[in-house]
Ligand binder design. Structure first.
Ligand code: IMP
Length: 195
């Protein structure tokens, strides 16, 4: 397993929230996280979360000459063969129609089928020489209806993590950020690449 020895890494995302979250998690390792401003956005044409994260991390590492970290995540509904999965950000065009609409389509599609689901998050670290380290974290739960809570984003209001009664959108961010798929993947990356 290759360690991150550099003091600066680029997070291959244009999402400012992810940069802030990653910066706070990596601050104790004295690593500065920079966003991917100016770097091109490659087509995410992989078939898994890991493949898509790898495409983004490698493209940014080769273009910038720096160590890059990328993630890819989504909601996998077990009774729907793990859909929407890698297409979560595009399922019923939430950017155009809003996530309430996407959630309602998902609920209709699910009908009275079994409601277990998980969120998955892949994190890939890539070096300019093409080396990568890959990690995947998950959180298991059940889909509720109607949606509840107003924290978080995406499918949070209809996802109740196992062991809790509230949805991800009802839990304080500090709680979600310790049990989430992203937190689990990041912890794996930290224990393997930074400790
Ligand atoms: P991306 O990893 O930023 O491409 O996000 C993928 C999509 O998965 C998001 O647009 C959301 O629809 C969904 N998603 C990923 N993580 C979460 C989460 O923690 N809560 C709710 N939705 C999520």
């Amino acid at each position: 397993m290759r360690k991150i020895t550099e003091k600066e890494v680029i997070l291959a995302t244009h999402n400012a929230g992810k940069v802030v979250e990653m910066q706070s998690l990596l601050s104790s390792f004295n690593i500065k996280v920079m966003d991917a401003t100016g770097l091109s956005e490659p087509e995410e044409n992989g078939t898994t979360f890991i493949e898509n994260a790898k495409i983004k991390a490698l493209s940014a590492a080769k273009e910038s000459g720096k160590v890059c970290i990328a993630d890819d995540s989504g909601l996998c509904v077990h009774a729907l063969d793990n859909r929407p999965g890698i297409y979560s950000a595009r399922y019923n065009e939430p950017k155009k129609n809003g996530f309430m609409y996407a959630m309602s389509c998902l609920n209709d599609e699910l009908g009275d089928k079994e409601r277990s689901a998980h969120f998955s998050c892949a994190i890939v670290v890539a070096w300019p020489d093409g080396h990568t380290e890959e990690f995947e974290g998950q959180v298991q739960g059940t889909l509720c209806w109607p949606p509840k809570g107003d924290h978080g984003f995406g499918y949070d209001p209809m996802f109740v993590p196992n062991g809790y009664t509230g949805s991800f959108a009802e839990l304080p961010a500090e709680v979600k950020n310790t049990i989430s798929h992203r937190a689990n993947a990041l912890q794996l990356m930290i224990s393997n690449c930074l400790k």
